[in-house]
Write a protein that binds this ligand. Structure first.
Ligand SMILES: Cc1cc2nc3c(=O)[nH]c(=O)nc-3n(C[C@H](O)[C@H](O)[C@H](O)COP(=O)(O)OP(=O)(O)OC[C@H]3O[C@@H](n4cnc5c(N)ncnc54)[C@H](O)[C@@H]3O)c2cc1C
Length: 476
């Protein structure tokens, strides 16, 4: 429990008006997209790295927990203060500091949303590829902490490919400047790379130097429907021999197609095995040729329908099908256990077969969709009630999916991270020595364990309790 005296001291650092103990503010900032609330003692809205450094020093002196928060739309509970303490909500650190066309660099504060950054750089004829579907709400700081990806990562890579330099505050309150604004840098350890994917456990990012690309001149989008998931997967796999690398190769399985048709009929054939959304980008002439190859590939793999967008509006309509996935799937059950596994893309058919069989055996609907181009599948185990037995069976079903992903040469997260939600399964994906090294790094940077406890390798709860509404959630 953070005492009122300590909360007052935090107020001296950031200004009393930027510390809140109001129940509404606490509840809103003590959860993420999992919607499981763990009430913080106070929510603090710092403005500068210096303020954050002073708070971290105080946290080590007074021994209270601190959890950094971005847009709060993570899917694994990373920003939830599972052991109480304070939440550092970065909302006020939201300025785009520089967009430099000559150097292909953007410098931003951590609370700039992915969407704001994309629109700002596009206005300058530039391009920031990482595109999580939560782009309108998620912050660049959160994207960095989770190494966020999205449909375009097949061709361009995840957030880590675009981080050139970072300023961050260590858990003990030092301000570190790592990397820089140059595309090549071999000057000591890449501490900025250590921060990418560190889930808010090794430091708090306060300034981000990001790599940009020239905005591609043209883009073409197509939707292809296949009788079987196997045909769609063969098509995805065969792109490696096609001589082109699409920007996006998104797959929806039969259960997902039917979820969309139940939610908002879109004219998709309910008996189709799978559909692919395929996009290519680049110079206009090259894109025209690449679009031909896409058409040939879909024909070769027996697509039963093929629709190519003639303009931006039609491309938007195709992507709208993909955007409906989240709400459509949510309607197929009362509780959604949503996990993002990755397998080598040649193993997607084996994974889909396994999920179909598991769905039959467990009795749970398991709509599966996602970024097939990089083997990153969003698997949703849908529960129809919140009973203890259902939750335990749900957690066991999730475990079997993770075990299979690892067995096929993949892992248990491609972009959502581990947080507290996947912590009970983390040992499936890393060796004991690997986990020990991560703990050693954490101890070296955070000797008092004050920053974001109860995550990744520290299990805050049993698997069957993850993502479920507790009766003690009226804590505030
Ligand atoms: C509908 C929906 C669609 C989604 N689609 C995608 C997708 O396509 N791809 C994808 O990758 N993810 C997706 N996500 C998951 C999520 O939105 C992303 O992982 C996103 O990166 C989270 O960003 P955030 O700002 O909301 O982070 P938060 O949830 O606020 O925090 C996430 C983690 O980052 C840490 N953190 C936040 N800010 C900082 C900082 N400044 N310094 C250090 N650590 C910090 C937190 O402590 C926490 O551990 C989706 C989520 C939803 C709800």
């Amino acid at each position: 429990m953070v005492t009122p005296e300590v909360i007052q001291q935090i107020g001296f650092i950031v200004g009393a008006e930027y510390v809140s103990t109001a129940p509404d503010t606490i509840i809103a900032n003590s959860q993420d997209a999992l919607k499981q609330v763990f009430c913080a003692d106070a929510i603090v809205f710092p403005r500068t790295a210096e303020e954050i450094a002073a708070i971290m020093k105080l946290a080590n002196e007074q021994r209270f927990y601190v959890t950094a928060r971005g847009g709060g739309v993570g899917y694994t509970g990373g920003a939830a203060p599972v052991r109480g303490g304070i939440v550092l909500a970065t909302d006020r650190m939201n300025r785009i500091l520089e967009i430099n066309k000559a150097d292909l660099v953007a410098v931003v504060e951590p609370a700039v949303t992915n969407y704001q950054l994309q629109k700002a750089v596009e206005a300058e004829g530039l391009f920031y590829p990482p595109d999580p579907s939560s782009w309108k709400e998620s912050f660049i700081g959160g994207n960095i902490a989770l190494n966020a990806g999205g449909p375009r990562c097949v061709k361009y890579g995840n957030t880590k490919q675009f981080v050139l330099g970072l300023d961050f505050v260590t858990p003990t309150g030092e301000i570190i400047k790592s990397g820089g604004r140059v595309p090549k840098n071999a000057t000591g350890f890449h501490l900025e790379s250590l921060m990418v994917g560190s889930e808010g456990m090794l430091g708090i990012v306060t300034r981000c130097i990001l790599r940009l690309l020239p905005l591609p001149e043209a883009r073409r989008t197509a939707l292809a429907i296949f009788e079987s998931a196997q045909d769609a997967c063969n098509c995805v796999a065969d792109f490696t021999t096609s001589g082109i690398l699409p920007v996006a190769l998104e797959l929806l399985d039969r259960t997902s197609i039917n979820a969309i048709e139940d939610y908002e009929p879109s004219g998709l054939p309910r008996n189709a095995g799978a559909l692919l959304i395929i996009e290519v980008d680049g110079l206009r002439e090259a894109v025209a040729r690449e679009a031909e190859i896409v058409r040939e590939m879909c024909r070769k793999h027996r697509a039963i329908q093929f629709r190519e967008a003639a303009n931006d509006a039609e491309a938007g309509a195709i992507w709208e099908v993909r955007r409906k996935m989240s709400p459509a799937v949510a309607r197929t059950g009362k509780i959604k256990l949503n996990h993002d596994i990755v397998v080598p893309r040649s193993r997607i058919p084996a994974m889909l077969d396994f999920i179909e069989d598991l769905s039959r055996r467990s009795g749970f609907l398991i709509p599966t969709f996602g970024h097939a181009g990089d083997g990153n599948l969003h698997v949703n185990v849908m529960l129809q009630d919140n009973g203890e037995d259902t939750r335990r069976r749900g957690a066991d079903t999730v475990r079997q999916i993770f075990e299979k992903a690892v067995e096929l040469g993949g892992t248990i997260s491609g972009e959502h991270g581990i947080g507290y939600a996947k912590a009970p399964f983390f040992d499936l994906a890393v060796t004991p020595a690997t986990m020990e090294l991560m703990k050693t790094i954490k101890r070296a940077l955070d000797p008092n364990g004050v920053l974001n406890p109860g995550k990744v390798f520290e299990q805050a709860m049993d698997a069957h309790q993850v993502g479920f509404v507790n009766s003690d959630q009226a804590c505030c």
